[in-house]
Design a protein around this ligand. Structure first.
Ligand code: NAD
Length: 499
């Protein structure tokens, strides 16, 4: 059995806590490795190393720091297949989807090559007589990130690429479900020229997270995961005086107007609802057709498409649409929510409950499900299912449809499918959700924009990547300077406005 490590001080380090978690192959249900779960002492060792290494890295000029990112991007491209395979093996998503996971992180690293431009300060020449004023963006020091299982490459890179290029040291606590790719990324960053100790991976669970939350030296924490944990980390991190940004769960609605191209809308829902087994925070889990006639046409288009979906292991060839979910517990939770949908009166139009894959009976596969006539009161509507389950809630008007999305507690992503520019424009303007697609089902912003939801999908103010990341990972210092030619005036004791 493979025993994974931490990556501390530029080396693979065995866990010393004596606690481990099993890492499964979700396609077979077999335990393929064990990952060490760090205690507070192991976390403190990593923090000490980071704190010692960080000042020299912050003093390295931004162009040189950017060059590490440039090289890192090359190495990611070189190792793309290897990374995607390792990712699929632990996560279960298909190989093209795993490569997409790496690619979307790579694009953030690519954006970070522009750090010298992003980190330029402001300067006012002659703010007063003989006085100049300038603002610098300086690194925070030691920063940390806690990431979820569903994007084990992209989300760590969303955090560590901007943190590091800004001159910080970064400690990554990845998901204990799929920790191998984060370890590989840390090795690649060092191969790209990053000094030891600037990017470290400390594996663990709540104990390691609490050690991050309570460590005085750690200045900022980024978190992505479920909403209850996001809320906990935000509360405890902020009360410990840290800068914290936490991104939580989602329930993304797609509104289908009567004038929408129904084939395109159905195709979009298939990819956005069932891709990656629905384990995406930007998955569409609720379809809201406007009017019964629209709903009937949509269901008619969806059913044959869903029945054609091929569910299988990542090794099953290019026509596999999605793989298993992450753990047996995740599968049990999804199936119990499906049962609740049936009990609470929704129509299970496509029933995947008896899905089984020959040769993979112990894998965590869940067949695709489609519910119609779902209502606001049902658990399958209120809760994030994070599985291959699409719920159709019929609305009788556009106002009712937009109201549904606006009243839901989550506000990560949403989409509208229509040919009417006026409806689309109104939707984009009024909706209280952070990322909006117009005839685009998964509107994930590119690296040079920012990613973030609203409402219970986020705790904190700044978004991830793009310009916001450069704000999150730096602090501003403003210097007012005067260089007198000699001491002509003597001391000044009054606080005066600039003349
Ligand atoms: P999770 O909340 O279970 O775990 C996320 C991280 O928190 C992991 O590193 C885990 O080890 C740690 N953690 C778990 N329980 C903890 C506890 N009690 N105390 C402290 N730390 C704890 O989430 P997950 O299952 O890995 O990921 C799926 C969730 O993430 C979904 O809710 C999904 O919507 C969300 N997500 C959100 C975004 C976004 O950008 N908004 C992106 C991806 C995933």
């Amino acid at each position: 059995m493979q025993e994974l490590t931490h990556y501390i001080g530029g080396a693979h380090v065995k866990g010393t806590s004596g606690r481990f978690a099993d890492v499964y192959n979700p396609a077979t249900g077999e335990v393929q490795a064990k990952v060490p779960l760090a205690n507070a002492d192991e976390m403190a060792q990593a923090v000490d190393i980071a704190a010692k290494a960080q000042p020299a890295w912050a003093a390295t000029n931004p162009q040189r720091r950017a060059r590490v990112m440039m090289k890192f991007v090359d190495l990611l491209n070189r190792d793309m297949d290897k990374l995607a395979e390792a990712l699929s093996r632990e996560h279960g998503k298909t190989l093209p989807d795993a490569a997409g996971d790496v690619q979307r992180g790579l694009e953030v690293a690519e954006y970070c090559i522009g750090a010298p431009e992003m980190l330029k300060g402001d300067f006012t020449d002659g703010a007063g007589p003989g006085i100049d004023m300038y603002s610098m963006k300086q690194a925070l020091g030691v920063t940390a990130g806690i990431t979820p299982f569903n994007f084990p490459a992209m989300i760590p890179m969303w955090m560590f690429a901007p943190a590091i290029v800004c001159g910080n040291a970064f400690i990554l606590k990845p998901s204990e479900r799929d920790p191998s790719v984060p370890l590989m990324l840390a090795e690649l960053m060092e191969e790209a020229g990053l000094p030891k100790g600037i990017l470290q991976v400390v594996n663990g669970d709540k104990e390691a997270v609490d050690a991050i939350l309570d460590h005085d030296v750690i200045q900022s924490i980024g978190f992505v995961g479920s909403t209850p944990i996001a809320e906990y980390i935000y509360g405890r991190g902020c009360s410990n005086g840290k800068r914290v940004q936490c991104f939580g769960g989602a329930k993304n609605h797609m509104i289908i107007m009567p004038d929408a191209d129904m084939d395109k809308a159905a195709d979009a829902l298939i990819g956005a609802g069932y891709g990656a087994a629905g384990e995406r925070c930007m998955a569409i889990s609720v379809a809201v057709p406007v009017g019964d006639e629209t709903a009937d046409r949509l269901i008619e288009k969806l059913v044959p498409r869903i029945e054609k979906l091929k569910v299988g292991p990542y090794t099953g060839g290019n026509d596999v649409d999605y793989g298993p979910v992450i753990t047996a517990a995740a599968k049990a939770n999804i199936l119990s929510l499906i049962e609740s949908g049936v009990t609470q009166g929704a129509d299970l139009v496509v029933d995947g409950r008896d899905f089984s894959l020959q040769g993979y009976e112990d894998g965590y596969f869940v067949g695709p499900h489609l519910f119609d006539n779902v209502t606001k009161e049902m658990d399958i509507y209120k809760k994030e299912i994070f599985g291959p389950v699409l719920s159709c809630v019929r609305a009788q008007s556009y106002e009712e449809a937009i109201g549904l999305a606006m009243d839901h507690e989550y506000g990560n992503g949403t989409a509208i499918f229509t040919r009417d520019g006026d409806a689309a424009r109104d939707f984009a303007s009024r909706i209280n959700i952070g990322m909006v697609g117009i005839n685009v089902p998964i509107p994930v912003p590119l690296a040079y924009h920012t990613f973030g939801g609203w409402k219970k999908s986020v705790f904190g103010d700044l978004n991830q990547h793009g310009p916001d990341a450069f704000k999150f990972y730096t602090r501003t210092k403003t210097v007012t300077s005067r260089w007198p030619s000699g001491i002509k005036e003597g001391g000044e004791f009054n606080f005066k406005p600039m003349e």
